[in-house]
Write a protein that binds this ligand. Sequence first.
Ligand code: DHB
Ligand code: MG
Length: 232
Amino acid sequence: MNQEIWTRVDDYFAGLFAQEDDILKTVLRNSADEGLPPYHVSPCQGKFLQLLIEIQNSKRVLEIGTLGGYSTIWMARALGGNGLIVTIEAVEKHAAVAARNFELARQSNIIRLIHDDAKNALQLLINDGNEPFDLIFIDADKPSNPVYLDLAFQLSRPGTIIVGDNVVREGEVTNQNLSDDKVRGVRKYCQGLSENPLLNSTAIQTVGSKGYDGFTLTVVKGDESTSHPFQC
Ligand code: DHB
Ligand code: MG
């Protein structure tokens, strides 16, 4: 591993393309001060999510796993005042920090923060007949990833983009040692992506300030003019 150079290069690109303003810096400081784990995305990854939103012209974004809301704020800024982000956080303290950060970033008006177990919250959204989401970012507890995929799929439509964070785990994804339930979760998630004929996916390994990891990128297949979610 060569963390020092990965961080230096990431900082270089962030300086060019993804500079954090004072608000984003304060958001991370608040999160660290409150003892949240450093599992937030990097600035370049936040910018990547923004670009996906811009490319797709997303209006409705679903985030599973808010943590302190850092990625949420990157994405909210890409929506530019219209649209909606529904973001789900199970841990009360994380949700409280995120709520404060959304106020600080003046994005609370387009962010609906749900403090609940994500499986429960997603099932409620499905039961409510929620409109499908354009982009879904899965970044919560990894053992639950296969379930999140099933539920996210039911909240999708043809053309929905699904991004799954942290699927490489320093290469552990190819380690079939089934004792790590995070690895088990991401492997089952990736298997689920590959086996669903309506999902079209790839996985990209990354190095950078967040170490050696990676993400999946998926598009839901089908005719985009039929905007029905895949739910019964
Ligand atoms: C973990 C979770 C994350 O969302 C992340 O970005 C990095 C690590 C984890 O649970 O180990
Ligand atoms: Mg993550």
